[in-house]
Design a protein around this ligand. Structure first.
Ligand SMILES: C=CC1=C(C)c2cc3[nH]c(cc4nc(cc5[nH]c(cc1n2)c(C)c5CCC(=O)O)C(CCC(=O)O)=C4C)c(C)c3C=C
Ligand SMILES: [Fe+2]
Ligand SMILES: [Fe+2]
Length: 340
């Protein structure tokens, strides 16, 4: 008789500080930015930069922003992570055990894996909560899971979900969020993705394809199938098609640059200026690299860029709510796990 054990599901998001305090933000930034897949320079320089400059100098200002972001239940990234875990568990039923881990800080991937391994799972499905693949995010999650499992005697069958930038149910969830707004009221729509250093795109490219010509990372093909930028453009294309948006009604851009190296362009702030100069006064912004609202959407887009746009003379910049607790998003995650 074939024995069928349970399937463990590990949902992993980036992570957030344990508290909106300077000390907790310092610990978060230090762990996050010391990851060699995030700041991919030589380890000595990375240590000096992170421990000596970025973490100490950024943590005070960042803690203030986290205080604004914090809810009664904690950091939204974690609150929506637990919500997702609970809902997906309900829908998958008893054959599955669903846990949440954060790549940095808590609940740690180790604590989640320990719980799954203690229940003698037969299979493990790892789902990083990043629709588009990047070495700094998805790659780092897989790296950490493999590092931890290497220490186990029994390694279960593993499925690593790598990207799902065009998953139909997820696209439907983004579309449903957009439809909470009257799109006709807006002059232009922006798809603002988290940026990446251009260097990381080139480094991940095995086909000598990325950053070769001006627009090569805007179209997805079999050659650049893992290119973060091409996957972002493809997510926008899928959402725009579903919303029947003409090409001139929307643009793609990248936010949250860190440091002086060139990051993916156009930068969100530059594009906002450009759109203002073209006469747009009402702008709707999607952030489809984030499945849950967080510092980068609620504060950076909805407050900082909205203020910048209004100071230029713009009328209104509206953020489209993240997938957060949308039922179609829960369905998308359930489907992704079942497909794995
Ligand atoms: C969505 C995918 C993300 C990619 C790709 C990514 C790359 C990346 N990020 C940094 C530096 C920072 N990111 C910060 C916050 C942050 N980043 C993501 C997601 C991606 N990052 C999320 C979801 C968040 C918000 C977390 C939250 O608690 O709400 C921050 C901290 C913010 C601050 O202190 O101001 C930094 C720093 C790099 C260097 C990078 C790629 C190389
Ligand atoms: Fe980030
Ligand atoms: Fe590319």
């Amino acid at each position: 008789m074939a024995l069928a054990g349970k399937t463990g599901v590990l949902l992993v998001n980036l992570g957030t500080p344990d508290a909106p305090t300077r000390g907790a933000v310092y610990r978060y930034l230090k762990e996050f930015l010391l990851d060699g897949r995030v700041i991919d320079i030589n380890p000595i320089a990375r240590n000096i930069l992170v421990r000596g400059i970025i973490a100490p100098f950024r943590s005070g200002a960042s803690a203030k922003l986290y205080q604004e972001l914090w809810t009664d239940k904690g950091s939204p990234l974690k609150v929506f992570g637990y919500f997702l875990q609970e809902e997906v568990q309900k829908q998958l039923g008893d054959d599955y055990i669903v846990e949440l881990g954060m790549r940095y800080q808590n609940p740690s991937i180790k604590s989640a894996l320990d719980k799954l391994m203690a229940q003698q799972i037969s299979r493990l499905v790892v789902l990083p909560l990043f629709p588009q693949y990047a070495s700094a995010t998805t790659g780092s999650v897989h790296d950490e899971v493999m590092r931890l499992l290497r220490q186990e005697q029994i390694i279960p069958e593993i499925s690593f979900i790598n990207s799902y930038h065009d998953h139909p149910k997820m696209i439907a969830a983004f579309v449903a969020r957009a439809q909470e707004h009257n799109i006709e009221d807006y002059d232009h729509l922006l798809f603002s993705y988290h940026g990446l250093p251009k260097r990381q795109l080139v480094k991940a490219d095995r086909c000598n394809h990325c950053m070769q010509t001006e627009n090569c990372c805007e179209t997805l093909s079999i050659k650049n199938q893992h290119c973060y930028s091409a996957q972002c453009y493809d997510t926008s294309r899928a959402i725009a098609e579903a919303l029947n948006l003409p090409k001139e009604k929307y643009s793609n851009c990248f936010q949250s640059r860190l440091g002086r190296d060139p990051w993916l362009e156009p930068y969100t702030s530059d594009l906002l200026k450009e759109r203002y100069e073209k006469g747009d006064r009402k702008i709707l912004v999607f952030c489809p690299a984030f499945v849950a609202d967080c510092l980068e959407t609620t504060i950076e887009i909805s407050e900082e860029y909205a203020e910048e746009f209004e100071e230029m003379g713009g009328e209104h910049l509206q953020l489209v709510e993240g997938l957060n607790d949308h039922p179609l998003w829960v369905e998308a995650v359930v489907e992704l796990i079942q497909e794995a």
